[in-house]
Ligand binder design. Structure first.
Ligand SMILES: [Zn+2]
Length: 357
């Protein structure tokens, strides 16, 4: 079982005051509250730290801006953090929150994968050991500024700012203006924070598995196979039956633009072999039902098959994108319209082209 009880008096006192506000602002809090498991949640101005087990927190960003989750693991002597957030600015806010929970030093950072929203806050961490898959190191030590997913994010920032500015010009009420100004401020701050980023590659790599023994705690960093990228790792806490999956396992489909869609189902089945009661994803709230992994694996299999068939039929990637029909997953995954993400189809074409199929 995962546990919510206990923790320090400090957190309990804070929690009593802040839980209602947090629960009201986030539906995922409500889900937890419905489980009767609200204890141990700590909220700061920018984060909600949800206690998943003794000394184990899921850090969720509550600022309305794209960011990933982080996992915070407080050991006997030190703290290990999984994923460093999207910018050093957001990471500083994360670190300030962690400092409210513990004064133990952060010694170790693990990257679940190389994506900017999980790995570009690292400059704020100072001198820590950084663990990641060797593929993550290769990508981040290569040409990280020109890595396509980060490039797309950078190219999108001025467009998002321009769009908000145009909306602001045509705003009709003070309330609307205020809301747009707030969002514009966030978008500008993020663009500014992005300029100073120098991605920091892992200094410690693994290919299959790395076990860390910290005091009484065993932390396993495991590569289950290629999935969302060529080098996703999960962080498994066997005593707590809890696994932090990054972006390789959600309760629904993930971003496929850098994925290995054909290998991903097998990777999910390997993940399912772990003795787990709580899956903690890199975005959104945790989930308990391992049947979601089967469902998502099935979705990837069907998508792959349909794109391969369209390509064999002579369709280009754009045509294949609109030909894909995954509405058989309407009830289970909420896919209500035909078509899919063009980046997913482009990625599948790229994989097929590379292997000369
Ligand atoms: Zn990702």
């Amino acid at each position: 079982m995962f546990r919510y009880e206990g923790e320090t008096m400090k957190s309990i006192a804070r929690n009593a005051v802040l839980f209602l506000a947090a629960a009201a602002s986030l539906s995922s809090s409500l889900a937890i509250a419905q489980d009767g498991a609200s204890d141990g949640t700590i909220t700061t101005e920018t984060h909600r730290f949800q206690m998943l087990a003794d000394g184990v927190y899921l850090a969720m960003y509550t600022v309305p801006m794209f960011n990933s989750n982080s996992l915070v693991v407080i050991n006997d002597e030190d703290v290990l953090v999984v994923d460093s957030h999207i910018t050093p600015r957001a990471a500083k806010q994360l670190l300030a929150g962690i400092a409210e929970i513990t004064d133990k030093p952060i010694t170790t950072l693990v990257y679940t994968h190389f994506h900017y929203d999980h790995a570009h806050g690292t400059q704020a961490f100072g001198d820590v050991q950084i663990i990641g898959h060797e593929f993550t190191r290769k990508t981040m030590a290569g040409d990280p500024h020109n890595e396509p997913t980060f490039q797309r994010e950078k190219a999108g920032q001025p467009r998002a700012i321009a769009w908000l500015e145009s909306q602001l010009e045509s705003a009709t009420s003070d309330e609307q203006r205020e809301q747009l100004e707030y969002r514009l401020g966030l978008a500008r701050a993020r663009a500014e924070a992005t300029k100073g980023i120098e991605p920091v590659p892992p200094d410690t790599t693994l290919t299959d598995r790395l076990d860390l023994i910290r005091g009484d705690r065993e932390i396993q960093v495991i590569f289950c196979g290629r999935a969302h990228t060529g080098g996703d790792v999960v962080v498994y806490l066997p005593a707590d039956k809890l696994v932090y999956t990054g972006d390789m396992a959600f309760s629904g489909p993930s971003f496929l633009g850098d994925g290995h869609v054909d290998e991903w189902p097998d990777t999910l089945m390997k993940l399912k072999e772990l003795d787990v009661e709580l899956y903690v994803p890199g975005h959104g709230p945790p989930f308990t039902d391992s049947g979601r992994l089967d469902l998502v694996a099935d979705y990837y299999r069907v998508l792959w098959k349909q794109v391969v068939a369209a390509r064999a039929d002579g369709a280009n990637a754009g045509e294949a994108t609109s030909r894909v029909d995954l509405t058989s997953f309407a009830d289970t995954l909420g896919i209500r319209r035909p078509g899919t993400d063009p980046l997913a189809v482009a990625r599948i074409y790229q994989l097929l082209d590379e292997r000369g199929d």
